[in-house]
Design a protein around this ligand. Structure first.
Ligand code: ZN
Length: 346
């Protein structure tokens, strides 16, 4: 059986005809398998959704109880038969509950990895290497210029700035699902035990992480705080809020932004970011190439991001590779919009 007979890109997303499902569909479908809770992958309106419990919970938090006709939770490693294929979910190391989806048909296995990273993250289960024939990789940071380095050093940079400017508030822009909780966990690992303040849009998902056993220390809502009392503190906020009039409630704020894009200085400058922090939940160039290598796959499909360089790298290694024409996926750091009513308040 050819791989493209098992999985193929269609307008709604990645379609598995013999299994009767789509992976991370961008349009409503009968049966959706969802890799993780970010809004470009997990959309409402499907008849049936199969995902990890955490991903289902995050969709419920974001879209409400009726986000799908029916839901089924799957645990890592559990095998489920769908039509003529069997599927298993494996940790992707991207955010809490994130999964790679392995689709096996006869003797062929394709792994759709969704978004992933191989770097350590105290807030989620580490990436699992799944041997396969075809590996579908993201390429958000698929250029050799992207090397994220050690996230702990970036957090050290933030703490040094806090020590240097005790009269100023530090505002850290971070995507509210995954990145914010990881930054808080990294602060705790670095020995920072003061309360960390949260923008209102981050409270629900952060409390959810805590309910799943991720320890984040003392957290406080920034809402209702006096301006003067925020001197010397750290607040996590969605990236869009850090450029908003919402920031006026902070004393002379230092604006930081935690993202893999902060490797590009021009990008930090354009965004008015005073303190760029290179912390990403996506694999960097070395992570992507090492992972591709380790899967043992002879064929690589490259999607959402900078496909060309990665396809070229695979070709020079003697691997069959092609860009996968999927639309509707982006970097969630870019695309995040705040829930209604939470744009500038809280
Ligand atoms: Zn994601």
């Amino acid at each position: 059986m050819r791989p493209q007979d098992i999985l193929m890109p269609v307008a709604a997303g990645l379609c598995c005809k013999p299994g009767g499902f789509h992976i991370d569909p961008v349009r409503p479908v009968e049966r959706a398998l969802i890799t993780h809770g970010h809004s470009d992958h997990a959309r409402p309106g499907h008849d049936a959704v199969l995902a990890t419990q955490e991903t289902l919970d995050m969709m419920r938090l974001r879209y409400g109880d009726n986000f799908a006709g029916s839901t089924q939770a799957i645990v890592y490693g559990e095998q489920i038969k769908l039509g003529d294929v069997s599927v298993t979910f494996h940790p992707a190391g991207h955010v809490l509950g994130s999964a790679q989806i392995a689709v096996t048909c006869q003797d062929k296995r394709i792994v759709a990895s969704g978004d992933y990273k191989d770097a350590p993250d105290p807030t989620c289960v580490p990436f699992e290497m799944v041997p396969c024939d075809v590996f579908i990789t993201e390429a958000t940071f698929g250029l050799p210029v992207f090397r994220h380095g050690d996230a702990a050093l970036q957090v050290r940079k933030l703490l040094d700035s806090v020590a240097l400017f005790p009269e100023r508030a530090h505002l850290v822009g971070a995507y509210s699902l995954g990145k914010a909780q990881r930054v808080i966990a990294l602060l705790r690992a670095a020995g920072y035990d003061a309360p960390v303040y949260l923008h209102g849009a981050m409270e629900k998902i952060t409390r959810y992480y805590e309910s799943r056993g991720v320890a984040l220390g003392e957290l406080r809502a920034v809402k209702g705080m006096k301006k003067a009392d925020l001197a010397g503190t750290i607040t996590l906020a969605p990236p869009t809020a850090t450029a908003d009039i919402w920031t006026r409630r902070f004393p002379d704020p230092v604006t930081a932004f935690a993202s893999g894009w902060m490797r590009v200085r021009a990008r930090a400058r354009q965004g008015g970011v005073e303190l760029p922090l290179v912390i990403s939940d996506h694999a960097d160039w070395d992570g992507l190439t090492a992972t591709i290598d380790a899967t043992g796959a002879g064929e690589i499909w490259v999607t959402h991001g900078q496909e060309d360089a990665l396809v070229r790298w695979c070709t020079t290694k003697g691997l069959a590779a092609r860009p996968l024409d999927l639309v509707g996926y982006g970097d969630e750091d870019e695309g995040e919009t705040l829930p209604p009513g939470e744009d500038s308040e809280a």
